[in-house]
Design a protein around this ligand. Structure first.
Ligand code: CO
Length: 499
């Protein structure tokens, strides 16, 4: 066999093959209940006990009509339960109202926020402003409820064991109908010595934006109950996918974006396609005081932020009069054009995600910006016990190439104090998703534990669940997943003792 031709098959000059990457996009065709996963390599640690929940689009095509963007795909939950060195898989679509209706009709009945049109006549999309809650962005456990989250609507409540959908969750009456409840709660590990809390928000936006900041108990008898609740209104439109917390602040970044709703109203574009960077405007940090912190009941602080667009923050912490916020910055909002096939996306045309730290001085309102990692990254996290505190380490998904954008093909552990790092790569034919760092239950060391990641192998045309050692990303175990799962979004870990 000619080795040159063989090499061309596996990767192009960019180091990967577009078809290997895009072949992960398919409909999930089967739902499993506690199916044991086959161990391919290594050994699953016996002291890793709990459930890795993961959400992402699972239905991308109906009778030949494709979603315009995978973010419009219906949420499908995977649950990988670790017990005494064995892992079982359950997976189930969230039975949203729209999913049930579209399954029955065998076509798209709703428009998607990212540009998916209804099946049939394109004119029927105009002025149809119904939102399809697709429950596809994140999945977290709060008390006995598993919540499938999608930021423009209510959470869906699921059974944590069977993944059956119980319906719309209102969190013990805390949420009103269709409240735009964030898909990015932050879990405070215990800053007020009263155990863990889930800190989260909902958003109403337009010419002004109102953030409702909520904190829910996450341990003990009152788990799931609303502890604190405040509302603050800011000038301008806001697209807030994520935020960060410290013991005293909830930190938001208002990206300098404009929304032109006309193409959305006319049915030509999805709402998210109508967003555009406005380089004449300044991005702003909005710091909202947490209700049990030392600035409680005071007004939020508004501080000019560096240029760029942020989906995700890594972490935030305080030192004296300064707040440090670490975020993944893009030069521009990565817009989703109406006439492109997402499977053929040219990564070279997308801005890369750069991990930066902003040091905000609260006395002078000044900001100092440093770059922590230039290599294109996404889905970064610290040890969950370090949320809101200064962390030494971070784990993230990165592109294989050192500059520019590219598909995520490797995992990086970064020492935030000195830039030292470890990587684990499955390029050229493999692709990673969000890595989840699970700390060792009895170790106090910040980087003791594991990293769980679902990968797509273009050569095998299969997903695998990979366990790495958090300390140096050395391989621990690989298990085969019996279904094809498209590149997904966010997930979480629930310790087994919580069941
Ligand atoms: Co996100």
């Amino acid at each position: 066999m000619n080795p040159v031709i063989e090499a061309d098959k596996t990767s192009n000059s960019e180091g990967f093959n577009q078809e290997d990457w895009s072949s992960a996009y398919c409909n999930v065709d089967k739902e499993y209940k506690k199916t044991p996963l086959k161990l391919i390599k290594g050994e699953v640690p016996k002291d890793l006990n709990g459930t890795f929940y993961r959400n992402g689009p699972g239905r991308l095509e109906r009778k030949g009509d494709w979603v315009h963007h995978p973010f419009d795909g219906d949420g499908m939950i995977s649950s990988m339960q670790f017990k005494d060195g064995n892992v079982t898989l359950s997976n189930r679509f969230v039975r949203t109202k729209a999913w049930e209706e579209e399954e029955k009709a065998e076509k798209f009945l709703y428009r998607g926020v990212f540009g998916t049109k209804k099946s049939g006549l394109s004119l029927s999309n105009a002025f149809d402003l119904r939102l399809k809650n697709i429950a596809n962005t994140n999945v977290i456990k709060l008390g006995e409820e598993l919540l499938a989250l999608w930021e423009a609507g209510s959470p869906h409540s699921l059974n944590p064991e069977t993944l059956e959908t119980n319906g719309i969750a209102n969190l013990q009456g805390a949420l009103s109908a269709n409240e735009a409840f964030s898909a990015h709660p932050r879990f405070d590990p215990g800053h007020y010595n009263d155990n863990s809390r889930m800190v989260t928000f909902s958003l109403k936006t337009g010419p002004k934006s109102t953030i409702r900041l909520m904190e829910f108990a996450n341990k003990g008898e009152s788990t799931g109950s609303l502890i604190t609740d405040r509302k603050d209104t800011f000038n301008g439109f806001a697209f807030l996918h994520d935020f960060a917390i410290t013991p005293n602040w909830a930190i938001f970044l208002q990206n300098a974006l404009d929304l032109n709703p006309l193409p959305y109203l006319l049915g030509q574009k999805g709402a998210a396609q109508c967003l555009k960077s406005n380089f004449k405007k300044k991005s702003k940090f909005w710091l909202i005081p947490r209700d049990h912190g030392i600035f409680s009941k005071t007004n939020p602080r508004i501080i000019d932020a560096p240029n760029g667009f942020v989906f995700h923050h890594l972490n935030s912490w305080e030192k004296n009069d300064e707040v440090f916020v670490e975020s993944i910055f893009y030069k521009d909002f990565p817009s989703i054009e109406p006439n492109t096939d997402f499977k053929k996306i040219d990564f070279n045309k997308l801005p890369e995600g750069v991990l930066k730290r902003c040091r905000i001085n609260l006395l002078t309102n000044s900001i100092e910006e440093t770059t922590l990692s230039n290599q294109c990254c996404e889905f970064a996290m610290v040890n969950p016990r370090k949320v809101g505190l200064e962390a030494k380490y971070s784990w993230m998904a990165i592109a294989e190439k050192e500059t520019g954008n590219g598909p995520l093909q490797a995992i990086k552990k970064l020492d935030l104090s000195n830039g030292e790092f470890h990587t684990w790569s499955i390029a050229p034919r493999g692709f990673v998703s969000e890595p989840l760092m699970v700390p060792h239950s009895s170790s106090k060391e910040e980087d003791q534990g594991w990293v769980l990641v679902l990968i797509w192998d273009g050569e095998l045309q299969a997903n695998e669940l990979v366990v790495l050692k958090a300390k140096d990303l050395s391989h621990q175990a690989t298990l085969r997943i019996p279904i094809k799962i498209p590149h997904g979004l966010h997930g979480s870990w629930a310790e087994s003792k919580e069941f």
